[in-house]
Ligand binder design. Structure first.
Ligand code: GDP
Length: 445
């Protein structure tokens, strides 16, 4: 899967990472090529455009990390952005199947791989989660499809509902529901009829069944090879009957992979699984990191940049501590600490980590000391000039006004920040003398 896209991108980035210094033009050219590669992989135009723009913004805004080349850094940004585009809510491959028997409705066009996927998922639930599963085919127009599910059921050792000729899909759904309850099943999966195109009869039938069983999950199965069409089908199904997740099949083929990249951005629905072949084990949970890794094929560079960034953070922390011990505590230092706090989960996150502070959780917010305040403080510091950050003592009324206005806040708030900074600087100095600082900072970084 993703071979051609992956080849294209690695070509672009190999050239980029070989260069020592990168000009803005180099990055622009590379990103233009990335955009073409995405479009050729059948990623929808707005998604490709947003993707490239996000990468460009991040690439220009980021300070170059020592010991990696700018090209390598761009690869990391592209990697992170791929993950962002691919990530939906919830754990990869998780299905809501509590409250037995949990109904799962399988929908999709004919030939998308719906029946195969139903059996694959049933097998997984049985083997990995030890669930008792009942499957039923509702495809009354195609007896062969009903038999196919029965055969697959036998093959994977999962029960299927007995076929009663002449029954309507709604009746089969009702019978499956009853049997699942009486028979002590954990999950029952309904393989609805597929047609070649979405039509009213198909939607009406799926909706009727949905209203009878009230599915915990409605999984749409789409053929990944159909690229942008798969995304259109998903939008339509979701609009008409509502889906909770998508399974992309045939991702083993030389698909262009674009469907995967556009799916979440366009439909807002998470891809839960990918089908990777005809065999009953050929299904995988959809892991955005793994997929991004496969698309980019540059895992080494990604981890190299991650390590370099960590080293830089550690070096910065070390430097900061040396300054603090000498009694220097600039606005930049404060900002670094505030940013670090946000990274660690904000105020609540930090409090939760400090022994004895757990019970303070929630109280800080009441006192007006919360994440929003931290963000406002960071904005105020960002609004200062370099000189002002190094030496806040020079802040007179006019400077204060300008800084507060720049951050869209009141001077009062800036005064509070300055007071806090002074108190912290004093405290740091005292702690530095007693050697306590190192201990505390050790926990922070
Ligand atoms: P349905 O009409 O949607 O129920 O489709 P089927 O489940 O009958 O599948 C149609 C064909 O696609 C069958 O030959 C399957 O073996 C094949 N198929 C399903 N999923 C995959 C997949 O992930 N990869 C490949 N290569 N073939 C698949």
């Amino acid at each position: 899967m993703f071979e051609s896209l992956s080849d294209r991108l690695s070509g672009v980035f190999e050239r980029l990472t070989k260069q020592g210094a990168l000009s803005e033009d180099d990055v622009k050219t590379a990103l233009r090529e990335v955009r073409v590669a995405l479009l050729e992989a059948d990623v929808s135009l707005p998604v490709a455009r947003n993707f490239v723009k996000a990468v460009q913004d991040k690439a220009t805004g980021q300070a170059v990390t020592k010991s990696v080349t700018p090209g390598q850094q761009v690869v990391k940004i592209v990697h992170d952005e791929l993950i962002a585009v691919l990530t939906g809510e919830g754990e990869p491959g998780s299905l809501k199947i509590d409250n037995a028997p949990a109904p799962i409705l399988m929908v999709g066009l004919q030939g998308s791989g719906k029946t195969t996927t139903t059996a694959k998922l049933a097998k997984r639930l049985k083997e990995r989660q030890n669930k008792r599963v009942l499957m039923a085919s509702l495809d009354v127009n195609r007896p062969a499809a009903m038999e196919q599910l029965a055969i697959l059921g036998q093959q994977v050792g999962v029960d299927t509902l007995a076929i009663v000729p002449g029954e309507r899909p709604e009746q089969i759904a009702q019978r499956a529901k009853t049997q699942a309850s009486l028979g002590g099943y954990d999950v029952y999966m309904l393989d609805t009829a597929g047609r070649l195109h979405i039509d009213e009869a198909l939607i009406a039938e799926a909706a009727a069944v949905r209203d009878i069983v009230k599915p915990r999950e409605t999984l749409l199965v789409v053929d990944g090879l159909t690229g942008q069409d798969a995304v259109n089908v998903a939008e339509e199904f979701d609009g008409k009957i509502g889906v909770s997740g998508v399974v992309l099949t045939r991702m083993d083929g030389d698909g262009r992979g674009g469907a995967a990249l556009s799916m979440r951005a366009v439909t807002g629905k998470p891809i839960k699984f990918v089908g990777l072949g005809e065999k009953m084990d050929a299904i995988e949970e959809f892991h955005p990191e793994r997929i991004a890794g496969r698309i980019l094929g540059m895992g080494d560079i990604v981890s190299l940049v991650e390590k370099a960034q960590q080293t830089i953070e550690a070096e910065q922390a070390e430097k900061m501590m040396k300054r603090l011990q000498k009694g220097h505590f600039s606005m930049n230092d404060l900002r670094m600490q505030l940013e670090q706090m946000m990274k660690m989960g904000g105020m609540e996150g930090v409090m939760g980590m400090m022994p004895g502070m757990g019970k303070m959780k929630g109280k800080m917010g009441e006192a007006g000391f919360d994440d929003r305040m931290i963000k406002r403080q960071i904005a105020l510091i960002q609004s200062m000039t370099k000189k002002e950050r190094a030496n806040p003592a020079i802040l007179q009324a006019s400077r204060k006004k300008r800084i507060a206005a720049g951050a869209g806040l009141e001077v009062q708030e800036l005064n509070r920040l300055l007071k806090m900074h002074r108190q912290m600087a004093d405290m740091m100095k005292k702690m530095g003398k007693k050697g306590l600082l190192k201990q505390m900072m050790g926990g922070m970084f």
